[in-house]
Every structure is written in C-alpha cells, then in structure tokens.
Design a protein around this ligand. Structure first.
Ligand code: 0WD
Length: 261
C-alpha cells in the first residue's frame, strides 16, 4: 500500500509506543521511513527500532520549539528534498493535571502546555513540512475519545484532543487544495509510556475490554494497519476524518453483561 512513499514518524518513545506499531505496519506496506526523537534520552530506543525497520534516518526534534522543528525539516530535506507525509504521535500534559477533579487540577500553565505540545505542534509541523510535501501526501495524528466525552483523570488532555481534532479538520481544509490529506485516528487505550501518566489507567483498560463490542483492547499494530491505509493512496478520498480504532467502544453505551440482572 505504501510502496514508494517516504513517511516521517514523530512520537516514537519505545517499542510499546503507538508510533512503533504504525512504523511496523508502514514498513510492512513498503514505506521508507524516517524518525524524530524528542531528546538524547530516547535516541537509543528510536535508533534500535529504526534499524529493525531498515532506516538510519533519525532527527532530533522537540516540538515545544519552533527552532527545533525548523532545523529538523532542514536536516530531513538534505536526505529527502520532498516526501509523502508524516505521522504526529505526540501528546503531553504535566502529570499533576492528569489526576483527580478537573476543576481542582486545572492550571493556566498546564492548560497551555497540553494544548501547545498535543495540538499546536501538529500545525507547527504541517507549516514547516508544507513546501516539501508531494501532491497526494497524507498527514496523520493520534487522538482519544476524551475529546468528545468526559472521563476521570484525563482532564485537560481531553480539551487538548478536542483542539487536535478541530486542528485536523482545519488543516485538511487548508491543505486539501494542494492534494494533501489530513486525518486522525482515535485509538482505544493502550499501555504505553504516555498512558502510564494517566492515573488508574489499568482500570480504564479493564473497563474498556468489558464494554467494547470486541471485548478486548486494541494493539498498536491494529492502529498501525489503519494508519498505513489512511496514509496510502487507497484512502485518496478521505480527509478531515477522525477514524476510531477502539474495538467499537465509542459506539456502545453499555455492554450486554453490564445490563444483565
Ligand atoms: O492509550 C493510549 N496510549 C492512547 C494514546 C490512546 C489514544 C491516543 N493516544 C495518543 C497519545 O495522546 C499521543 O498523542 O497517541 C499518541 C502517542 O502516544 P503513546 O504511543 O501512547 O505514548 P508514548 O509511547 O509515550 O509516545 C508519546 C511521545 C513521548 O513520549 P514520552 O512518554 O517520553 O513523553 O510523544 C513524544 C515523546 O516521545 N513527545 C514529544 N516529542 C517531541 N517533542 C514531546 C515534545 N515536546 N512531548 C512528548
């Protein structure tokens, strides 16, 4: 599906990351991959995963900094003058925002950081990538159900994800005339580094598996397969969409077991 496509993946932290499942699936579909890593701390992990997928293209990029984003794309352009899209699998909010009562936990600073790193960074990357993107490119981000329904502890990340989903639609409108598609996958909960920052995450996984029509949580590879499709020309008519890969959880208000006497 992705033969001859050059795709940049941002947000790989370790082998459990959703970005790892996406990279694996895209590699299987024939994509050439490049990766960003947030800091030296994560470089070794990313290097190892990239090597397994036949890539030695790694670039440091902290999306909190416009300079860092800019220099990453300049470096990338010396290898790939043009490319076919990127995956934005990045989210962050300070840990003290992701615990307890939303009103009590919310701060102006935490709100700004969450929206900056988890939503604005998608626009910032699109802005710098734009001159290098081929026609028929695709951009993809990762969101979560907390954007449209409240749930405990997710707090300000829910607001940031709502912003990210609107961002997806506005980017799609802005870039569509150039033939560039922009989509998001709303993934079910998966045990990753970022998820461990959400209090009682394990309970959320159990609850999810009990209610989801498929009666289980999804894997990073299942998210990756849909990501590969959305970034391929098979999805050439799809843009501005939020596609759920969550075992159907968002479609079920209650499971049969929950309703039983
Ligand atoms: O249940 C889940 N795991 C779900 C995650 C369900 C639905 C959506 N998502 C989203 C997350 O919100 C995020 O947007 O998927 C995306 C990827 O998250 P992940 O794979 O669950 O988490 P992880 O493996 O931790 O990767 C996220 C990475 C960071 O890792 P850590 O945990 O070290 O913060 O985002 C990157 C970083 O590598 N990241 C940044 N990259 C560049 N600049 C920055 C930054 N400033 N901040 C975080």
């Amino acid at each position: 599906m992705l033969k001859n496509k050059k795709i940049l993946i941002a947000g790989l932290a370790n082998k459990h990351s959703i970005a790892a499942g996406i990279a694996q699936a895209m590699h299987e579909q024939g994509a050439q991959l490049a990766f960003t890593y947030q800091s030296e701390r994560l470089k070794k992990n990313v290097e190892k995963i990239a090597a397994e997928l036949g890539s030695d293209m790694l670039f440091e990029c902290d999306v909190a900094s416009d300079e860092s984003i800019k220099s990453m794309f300049i470096e990338l352009s010396s290898h790939w003058p043009t490319f076919d899209g990127f995956v934005h699998s990045i989210g962050f909010a300070p840990a003290n925002e992701l615990e307890g009562n939303f009103v009590d936990a919310a701060t102006r600073e935490g709100f700004q950081i969450a929206h900056d790193i988890s939503s604005y960074s998608f626009t910032a990357m699109a802005k710098e990538a734009k001159p290098m993107l081929n026609k028929d490119s695709a951009l993809l981000t990762l969101t979560y159900l907390g954007s449209v329904q409240s749930l405990p502890n997710y707090n300000v990340m829910g607001l940031a994800k709502a912003s990210l989903e609107a961002n997806t639609r506005f980017l799609a409108a802005a870039m569509g005339p150039d033939g560039i598609r922009v989509n998001a996958i709303s993934a079910g909960p998966i045990k990753t580094l970022a998820a461990s920052g959400v209090k009682n995450f394990r309970k959320m996984l159990t609850n999810y598996a009990n209610r989801a029509p498929l009666r289980r949580v999804v894997t990073t590879k299942e998210v990756g397969n849909v990501a590969a499709f959305l970034c391929s020309d098979l999805a050439s008519g799809v843009t501005g969409e939020i596609t759920y890969v969550d075992g159907g959880f968002n479609t079920a208000a209650m499971s049969i077991e929950e309703y039983a006497d």
